[in-house]
Write a protein that binds this ligand. Structure first.
Ligand code: PLP
Length: 368
């Protein structure tokens, strides 16, 4: 870290400037800037190959992709959707904005994801879907969640905003559920400035998603229904094509930083480090550590801030504590999520975070 220079919690992945210029050069010839142009089509094909997904539908951001995925499932209005409160507000907002009721399920202590053992008791005749979150890039227990879903005829839509590039026993994370939604926001491991995508296998879902993101327009004189606008532009897609070439390097850099954190922080009393499971290829999207209690967490956050290091209380408060969701089923009844949310702190994490940067954070944490 340069002396006196702030250390942010993340740093957006950027390709070399010249590489981006070369990528967008053809757009200056064609004057084609959006509406599924050549970059959009190329990026979509590259993602389908990278994610080994039958279909990838691109969106202008992850939130609208999530809303579109929920809408495309044709869930009954007023239906209940079981999700977790330890997430970014977007997950819960998407459910609510689609006219559905979020139902809050607790998470597992070790990896922050939906606890399948607490899922079934939350189901009612109105339950329509489950929206689990691969929190911090930790893969949910998909087999257990989907067994419950199958038994009860429920759709499963994964919020994989944190999990781009993650693999489980060799399989890309997009292989699970009825749909998987990614965010390509600047703060994520892989970005298109703003952007998102829905991955799915069902053909009819693709048509519905395309209708939703482009006004329902199917041809010059055919409008299929009331769609909105959530298309990814050519410039976003060009950024995606470039950044995809640098993703492996970004993840490798993050892994080096995570390993140095692990080494340096292993002995620090009262601190719990991220747990990594065998068979999972992680993307090291975040480095969340757990303190003994909220007082210790907040004190550490202040100590870091005093040294120009910004850490984040991701995810606090729980979305079930946002006033508009306090009345939702099982809000306030997720003790593990509540405990984690009060104790968690996401430390700086990005591909170019140097060993000295990590040391500066660790020194501040251990009082050195
Ligand atoms: C970032 C994020 C989203 C929303 O994605 P955007 O691309 O910012 O709209 C949704 N869910 C989670 C868990 C996120 O972290």
């Amino acid at each position: 870290m340069n002396e006196g220079q702030d250390l942010k919690v993340t740093r957006a992945l950027l390709p070399p400037f010249e590489e981006f210029c070369a990528e967008i050069r053809p757009l200056w010839d064609s004057h084609w800037l959006t509406n599924m142009g050549e970059k959009h089509e190329a990026f979509q094909r590259r993602l389908e190959a990278y994610l080994d997904a039958p279909h990838v539908t691109l969106f202008t951001n992850g939130h609208l992709a999530l809303e579109a995925a929920l809408t495309a499932m044709g869930l009954p209005r007023g239906g209940e959707v079981v999700t977790t409160p330890l997430t970014f507000a977007s997950t819960t907002h998407a459910i609510a904005r689609c006219g559905l009721t979020p139902v809050f399920c607790d998470v597992r202590e070790d990896d922050f994801t939906l606890d399948p053992g607490k899922l079934e008791r939350l189901l009612t005749p109105r339950t329509a879907a489950i929206v689990p979150v691969h929190a911090y890039g930790n893969p949910c227990d998909a087999p257990a969640i989907e067994a419950v879903a199958r038994r009860n005829g429920l759709k499963v839509i994964y919020d994989a905003a944190h999990a781009f590039g993650v693999r489980v026993n060799g399989a890309p994370i997009a292989h699970f559920g009825d749909a998987t939604v990614f965010s390509f926001h600047a703060t994520k491991v892989f970005n298109t400035v703003e952007g998102g995508a829905v991955c799915c296998a069902a053909e009819d879902l693709v048509q519905a998603l395309n209708d939703l993101k482009n006004f329902g327009i199917r041809g010059l004189d055919e409008v299929a229904g009331p769609g909105g606008n959530a298309k990814m532009s050519e410039l976003q897609a060009a950024m995606g094509l470039c950044n995809l070439r640098h993703l492996a390097g970004e993840i490798a850099g993050r892994q080096r930083a995570a390993e140095r954190y692990n080494e340096r922080l292993r002995g620090v009393r009262g601190l719990r480090l991220p747990a990594y499971r065998d068979g999972v290829e992680y993307n090291f999207a975040y480095y969340p550590v757990l303190f003994g209690d909220a007082v210790a967490r907040d004190a550490a956050c202040d100590r870091l801030a005093a040294r120009g290091i910004s850490a984040r209380r991701y995810f606090w408060p729980l979305t079930s504590d946002i006033p508009c969701y306090r009345g939702c089923p099982n809000a306030g009844n997720t003790p593990v999520a509540a405990s984690l949310s009060g104790r968690v702190l996401a430390l700086p994490m990005y591909g170019t975070l140097s060993a000295q940067d990590v040391d500066a954070v660790c020194d501040a944490l251990s009082g050195g």
